[in-house]
Design a protein. Structure first.
Length: 176
């Protein structure tokens, strides 16, 4: 996200993200995750990673393998089907179905996309939050968190990259 709290600018772009140096770190971060929950727009962006692994630059192949191996559940009312392997489309984000998936899963679950993550935070489905704070102000766009959402976080870890990107790893504090 940007310093001013956005994951996309006003045009829906996020080309301002500084990701080259953090790519390997992100690969290790998502390696234990067995399921990715995505909204349509993030899924369409991430579908790039479903090509044959040897078609990517050598430093990106490990991420492609990790991404392809995981199950992906896409929440969309407009997609008619999935274009990537290990993927299914669901029309509605059913909190109880996700709660059951979380309880039964042997692996961690990744929730990607600000809107979907907001629904999951509101439903108390999120245990931890990983943010990558990018040294840029974009002035508007899609906020990282939904308006009126309030949660308290406990900082578990930080990591600073030479590019100025900072990884923030938080645990969501249980509401009383």
């Amino acid at each position: 996200m940007s310093l001013d709290g956005y994951v996309e600018d006003e045009n829906g772009a996020f080309d301002w993200l500084i990701s080259d140096q953090v790519h390997e770190f992100i690969t290790e971060l998502v390696r234990p995750m067995g399921t990715y929950l995505y909204g349509r727009r993030l899924y369409e962006t991430m579908a790039y990673w479903d090509a044959p692994v040897d078609s990517y630059p050598p430093d990106q192949r490990d991420f492609a393998q990790v991404w392809q191996k995981a199950e992906k559940i896409i929440f969309s009312r407009t997609l008619t089907g999935a274009t990537t392997r290990n993927t299914r489309v669901e029309r509605e984000f059913d909190v109880e179905v996700i709660r059951k998936l979380k309880q039964e899963s042997e692996h961690d679950i990744n929730i990607g996309g600000a809107e979907l993550a907001g629904f999951a935070l509101e439903a108390d489905l999120v245990d931890e939050c990983h943010l990558f704070l990018n040294p840029v102000i974009v002035g508007g766009g899609k906020p990282a968190f939904r308006a009126a959402l309030r949660r308290n976080f406990e900082l578990l870890e930080t990591r600073r990259f030479d590019t100025g990107v900072i990884h923030l790893h938080y645990r969501i504090k249980v509401r009383e």
